[in-house]
Design a protein around this ligand. Structure first.
Ligand SMILES: Nc1nc2c(c(=O)[nH]1)N[C@H]1C(S)=C(S)[C@@H](COP(=O)(O)OP(=O)(O)OC[C@H]3O[C@@H](n4cnc5c(=O)[nH]c(N)nc54)[C@H](O)[C@@H]3O)O[C@H]1N2
Ligand SMILES: Nc1nc2c(c(=O)[nH]1)N[C@H]1C(S)=C(S)[C@@H](COP(=O)(O)OP(=O)(O)OC[C@H]3O[C@@H](n4cnc5c(=O)[nH]c(N)nc54)[C@H](O)[C@@H]3O)O[C@H]1N2
Ligand SMILES: [Mo]
Length: 715
């Protein structure tokens, strides 16, 4: 062991070592549960990362991605200075410029476009990063447009849309108090370890665990009492089949249904078609298992259900499938019930922290009154009615066609075109724009297609407000100085507001002032929050509330839980959209987008512990755990194709594209169902998904069920 290694291993190094331990958070994955981390810093560089003991939620733990923070932020392709393009779009030839010149150029171009074509000609977009969203949303509104979009055009929002269609709220599971836990598309061991720990705790208390997943996952193996291994995208049929059994056997909550449910008779009629035999045939789950799961779910309540932010809704029938899963919870009386489902009240960056943050006021006080319909608003009217964002899946089409109005400029904060179906279409559309500004940490392809590029920093290089469930708030301090000339996104947004000359005093006052504004009524200052070693419990925090919806009514049109949606009925009638059904009917998406010689269903995106979209494919530490892009397939499929572990296969779909990847043979999936991860530049799964393969309600791409021809190549 070297001297440095010995010193690093001591948790609190002595002053003679020159090593300081500083607290930060890992913001690599979703909001709400960002883990606390301790960074060991020497000479201004991070030399080691560990979890912070006592931190709300994570309590000293980190996942594979969190542990790779050092490798991630020191990626060699970090952007170093602001730049302007001097070559062709995509060529990657840039010249360094000052921050002032960058702000002035962006402001000048945007103000000119606004004067010529109106503010709606500009799209404000952010990728995965959640922390900057209230700021960017406000910037778009202050600029005068509703055209603000995020990566949530393919994540989480469709689940939330389904919840709010049925109940008027979004709900979360009360796992600590349930008797049955239903994990529907739930594999926290890969995607959210805090979720997995919660399920383990419920199991240890004696709760029954039902897992619905097309693969034999860690979760299914470790904790499931019953594993329903359905075919991908057949969730709606399974939920309707379970509902039919529950109604027929009289296991449903008659009192709740009588008092709080709208459209029960129509729903009952719909479900009545899903007999056990038919449900088994569609889903592939044996009838006895469906029966047993329905019986336990309905009779061993209260039951909490995990609703995934992706999986169920990553299908072209996903939104209705999700509504059917919610209907199951409703008829069993699990809504607004301790040990069942709790209505969530998120007040800051999607987090139900248990106290009020003025985020809504921050954004919506600036909402323009006379904006056009935002991008995607006409094509996806249900999305438009329920989500206060543009549906970015319609952006390439609108740029190409200029209808209903032209889009001329894009401000892209961390945009990865590879999350879109047929990503090349997105890049081609970007190239048609008059002006593109991109901020990112890294030199990405979208960056190479931009006119002005701004280098931004990671969460370990910035100060940021972060709220946690249970009433906690923190304001982090930078663990290290921003690398090179990078700045943080919110500082950039405030700088742009000023350069644009917007009539927005608060944004123009700068990032620190906006943070002060957020905490002004909380009885705690930024200084106190920054000084505290752990997040502080806010005085006004209150425990979770149950029963209010049952007492005061559900915030839908009828005041009830709508199994028949009056909202959708209204939209369908007004827009003449007979394809939109007020009831959560199931339709197969099996034969949509067929390809000649199809021999597998391809599911693109189930999480790997060492990958997060595009960002970790270039991190050697993480990459070493799965060095080459690979498709998981069953031993019988491998035999039929004549392919061995690591052998090369070509995947081809109706998009007309092919990718070549390695075969990874595993016993986790059904024969004929194969699994590929997305975001690789050299084997981009999303190029296999036709751009039109979208859910008509949510606009979400059907990433998880693509008919595919798989062929062995070479030897
Ligand atoms: N086939 C398939 N496709 C999918 C999915 C799937 O399951 N299957 N999942 C979908 C889902 S759920 C999601 S959430 C999306 C994710 O899609 P994206 O959000 O597009 O994913 P990332 O590749 O993480 O790209 C984020 C970009 O932001 C940059 N970035 C990181 N941190 C910051 C920051 O602080 N500021 C700025 N300005 N930039 C930053 C990164 O370098 C990267 O270039 O992908 C979707 N696409
Ligand atoms: N390591 C890692 N963690 C992540 C991410 C990451 O990329 N890597 N991404 C983050 C993001 S953006 C998100 S949205 C979340 C997503 O989090 P999850 O939704 O938990 O992630 P997945 O692994 O995509 O899906 C969970 C399970 O759903 C199953 N599944 C696939 N298709 C279907 C289906 O049709 N029906 C059902 N019932 N199940 C199905 C898969 O087999 C998988 O085991 O994870 C976050 N955490
Ligand atoms: Mo996501």
């Amino acid at each position: 062991m070297t001297e440095l290694e010995r010193l690093i291993q001591a948790k609190i190094p002595g002053p003679e070592t020159g090593i300081e331990v500083r607290h930060g958070i890992c913001d690599i994955c979703a909001p709400g549960a960002h883990c606390g981390l301790d960074a060991y810093v020497k000479d201004g560089r991070i030399i080691k990362i560990e979890g912070t003991e006592g931190f709300p939620g994570s309590n000293g733990k980190l996942c594979t991605k969190g542990a790779a923070n050092r490798e991630y932020i020191y990626r060699e392709d970090r952007l170093k200075t602001p730049m302007k393009r001097v070559g062709e779009r995509g060529e990657g030839r840039f010249e360094a410029i000052s921050w002032d010149e960058a702000y002035e150029t962006v402001a000048d171009r945007l103000n000119r476009i606004k004067a010529e074509s109106g503010p709606d000609a500009v799209m404000f977009y952010t990728g995965y990063s959640k922390w900057l969203r209230p700021w960017l949303h406000r910037l778009a509104y202050s600029f005068g447009t509703l055209n603000y979009a995020t990566e949530s055009s393919s994540c989480f929002r469709a689940t939330q849309m389904a919840w709010s269609t049925v109940t008027g709220d979004n709900y979360g599971p009360d796992t600590p108090h349930c008797n049955t836990f239903l994990g529907w598309g739930c594999n926290g061991y890969m995607s959210a370890y805090q979720l997995a720990r919660g399920i383990e705790a419920a199991k240890a208390r004696g709760a029954k665990i039902i897992i619905v997943d097309p693969r034999l996952t860690h979760t299914a193996r470790k904790v499931a009492d019953i594993h329903l291994q359905l075919h991908p995208g057949t969730d709606g049929a399974l939920a309707l089949g379970m509902c039919r059994l529950i109604v027929e056997n009289g296991w449903y909550d008659k009192e709740f249904v009588g008092q709080h449910v709208h459209g029960f008779d129509g729903f009952k009629e719909l479900a009545s078609h899903y007999t056990l035999e038919k449900t088994e045939e569609i889903t592939g789950v044996p009838a006895e298992k469906i029966y047993e799961a329905a019986r336990i779910y309905a009779t061993n309540g209260p039951a909490a259900t995990y609703s995934p932010s992706a999986t169920i809704t990553h299908h072209i029938n996903g939104y209705n499938n999700m509504r059917a899963v919610i209907a199951l919870q409703a008829i069993c009386g699990n809504l607004d019930r301790p040990g069942g489902m709790r209505p969530l009240h998120p007040t800051y960056i999607y987090t139900d922290c248990g106290f009020d943050m003025p985020e809504h006021e921050f954004i919506h006080s600036r909402r323009p009154k006379d904006g056009h319909n935002c991008v995607g608003g006409e094509r996806f009217p249900v999305w438009n009615a329920l989500v206060d964002e543009a549906q970015a899946m319609d952006l390439p089409r609108q740029i190409e066609e200029g209808k209903p109005y032209p889009i001329r400029a894009l401000l892209a904060f961390g945009m990865n075109h590879r999350m879109f179906p047929e990503p090349e279409k997105m890049l081609r559309a970007i190239d048609k724009l008059d002006f593109v500004m991109a901020t990112d940490l890294f030199d990405t392809e979208v960056v190479r297609h931009a006119d002005i590029v701004l280098p931004v920093c990671s969460s370990l290089e910035r100060s940021e407000l972060k709220a946690y469930p249970g009433g906690f708030l923190t304001c982090t301090e930078p663990v290290i100085d921003p690398l090179y000339e990078s700045r943080n996104d919110c500082e950039v947004i405030c700088g742009l507001a000023k350069a644009l000359g917007l009539d927005d005093e608060l944004l123009c006052a700068g990032y620190e002032e906006t943070m002060n504004w957020f905490v002004r009524d909380l009885g705690v200052t930024l200084k106190q929050l920054r000084k505290a070693p752990l997040p502080i419990k806010v005085q006004s925090a209150h425990p979770p509330v149950f029963g209010q919806r049952r007492q005061e009514g559900f915030p839908t049109r009828t005041g009830k839980v709508e199994l028949y949606s009056e909202l959708i009925a209204g939209i369908a009638a007004e827009k003449g959209r007979s394809d939109l059904n007020p009831l959560p009917d199931y339709r197969s998406s099996q034969d949509v987008s067929p390809v000649d010689g199809a021999n597998a269903t391809l599911v693109i995106g189930s999480r790997l512990p060492n990958a997060i979209h595009s960002r970790f494919h270039g991190v050697s530490w993480a990459r070493s755990l799965r060095p080459a892009p690979a498709v998981d397939m069953s031993p019988s499929d491998a035999r039929n194709l004549g392919v061995e572990e690591g052998g090369k296969v070509r995947l081809t779909t109706a998009s007309g594209s092919s990718v070549v990847v390695s075969a990874h043979i595993t016993g986790t999936s059904n024969p004929g169902e194969m699994y590929l991860y997305h975001g690789y530049a050299e084997a981009d799964g999303n190029s296999l998904i036709p751009a039109s393969h979208l859910d008509p309600y949510s606009g979400f791409p059907g990433y998880r069920q693509i008919a595919c021809r798989v062929e062995r190549i070479g030897d």
